[in-house]
Design a protein around this ligand. Structure first.
Ligand SMILES: [Zn+2]
Length: 293
């Protein structure tokens, strides 16, 4: 189980959420068989989606983050529920790149920089609310920061990191999202920028000292007050009914064609890899429903 810690600082002018959830990145790696760099790419995106999703208002709200940068990994997709529980996938899980000259994983190269970060919020209305920004670096955290600046017009900063060990397992994964209230004093922005510039490497702090130390370093000198902590995990709400509903979208003709093969049709959930089997007679019944509607 990972966690998100919420705190305020500087007399309520600053809000922060700090996530530490190596389990989320490790589950994603295991489910999809991700390469090391792909683990960092999807892991960061899942963590960012969790930070954004965690503060949605209604129980049934959800949010989808999609990065399309034209890089070898293809699309990176993460979905969060209103608690910050997430699930996701990438187009090419095995895609990988050599580490950069500074020794860091080349997430920006794997995702690419020629494209967009899109956030689609499903708030139970007829149409989702969609916001999109051009990718800054494909390194994910900077792209989230750009999205927040443009779509929510609040001064914010986001840090996201995944540390992968030599055995390819996830050693640490987490990040932070800090936002200033409108009208916060300019010195406060400078102070936060200095803190973030001077802090130790995010994954090192998470690995060695934990999320409270991230909070302490980002909000150094600003008297942070912890408000609450939420538990978050990699969670897929898929079911036979949901997969059946998505199978319906292929249309009556295609369903009958599958049924005519005489063997069960297996449908795999793209988020968690769980497989659901549908018998030919079920497919025929679905084809009837589908053509009736
Ligand atoms: Zn699933």
């Amino acid at each position: 189980m990972g966690s998100i810690i919420h705190a305020i600082a500087a007399d309520g002018n600053v809000r922060i959420a700090v996530i530490s959830a190596p389990e989320i990145a490790e589950d994603a790696r295991r489910i999809h068989g991700l390469s090391t760099t792909a683990t960092a790419a999807l892991g960061r995106t899942l963590l960012g989606a969790s930070l954004l999703g965690n503060n949605m208002k209604s129980e049934s709200d959800s949010l989808t983050v999609r990065l399309n940068g034209g890089g070898p990994i293809g699309s990176v997709v993460a979905v969060s529920d209103s608690h910050g529980n997430v699930r996701g996938y990438v187009d090419v899980p095995s895609a990988d790149l050599p580490t950069r000259p500074d020794g860091k994983l080349d997430v920006g190269g794997l995702i690419g920089r020629d494209g967009t970060l899109t956030v689609s919020r499903d708030l139970g209305l007829k149409e989702p609310y969609i916001g999109s920004v051009a990718l800054v670096s494909g390194e994910v955290a900077e792209d989230f920061t750009a999205y927040l600046a443009e779509s929510e017009q609040t001064a914010s900063a986001c840090g996201l990191g995944v540390l992968v060990g030599t055995d390819h397992s996830v050693l640490a994964a987490g990040g932070f999202l800090v936002q200033l209230l409108p009208g916060a004093p300019a010195e406060l922005i400078e102070k936060l920028e200095d803190n973030i510039f001077l802090m130790d490497q995010l994954t090192t702090i998470l690995h060695e000292d934990g999320p409270m130390e991230v909070l302490a370093q980002v909000l150094k000198g600003l008297e942070p007050q912890v408000l609450s902590t939420d538990e978050v995990s990699y969670l897929c709400p898929c079911s036979r009914e949901r997969l059946a509903a998505s199978l319906l979208t292929i249309g009556a003709e295609a369903l009958l064609e599958l049924a005519s093969e005489g063997t069960p049709t297996e449908v795999t959930c793209q988020f968690c890899g769980k497989t659901y089997s549908f018998l030919p007679e079920e497919l025929k019944a679905m084809a009837e429903t589908s053509s009736a509607s």
